[in-house]
Design a protein around this ligand. Structure first.
Ligand SMILES: [Cu+2]
Length: 159
């Protein structure tokens, strides 16, 4: 008698589990939505000879793009970096970069106002960075070497 009741209990549990499993299954296949198309974009920028300037000051990319930016420093004597920041934050990022010092490439480590960055490039060096284009908006980019951000700046427009 005890054994039979025990069996009934197990059978009941099993049927409940099966019922649950059965009802959960139909929901899963809908997850196979069409994959979002990620557009890959490659941008190129360079510092301008011995000037404190980038050769390009505006880029435009579509929201959600996978952006690869290549940066060349053809200068014979100056070091530069490329730093993309949140709107309105480029001056603050540059100021904190000076405080961070040369050991940090004139960029505060883990600065959450920085969206993407290419480390300080010595003369004749190249660098690149890949990042996902942020939400639509206008994002400033600068070189954070002390004093350079005043002239070395531009904007990435995300549409
Ligand atoms: Cu610079």
């Amino acid at each position: 008698m005890l054994k039979k009741r025990h069996f009934t209990f197990i059978a009941l549990c099993a049927s409940i589990l099966m019922a649950c499993g059965g009802s959960a299954t139909p929901a899963a296949p809908t997850a196979a939505a069409k994959p979002a198309e990620v557009k890959a974009v490659t941008l190129e920028i360079s510092s301008k000879g011995e000037e404190l300037a980038f050769d390009k000051t505006t880029f435009e990319v579509a929201a959600g793009s996978r952006v690869t930016l290549k940066f060349t420093n053809p200068s014979t004597g100056m070091s530069h970096n490329w730093v993309l920041t949140m709107p309105g934050q480029s001056d603050a990022v540059a100021t904190d970069g000076i405080a961070a010092g040369e050991a940090n490439g004139w960029l505060k480590p883990n600065d959450n106002r920085v969206l993407a960055a290419i480390k300080l490039l010595k003369p004749k060096e190249n660098g690149e960075v890949s990042f996902n284009a942020p939400a639509p908006g206008t994002y400033p980019f600068i070189c954070t070497f002390p004093g350079h951000n005043v002239l070395m700046k531009g904007t990435l427009v995300v549409k």
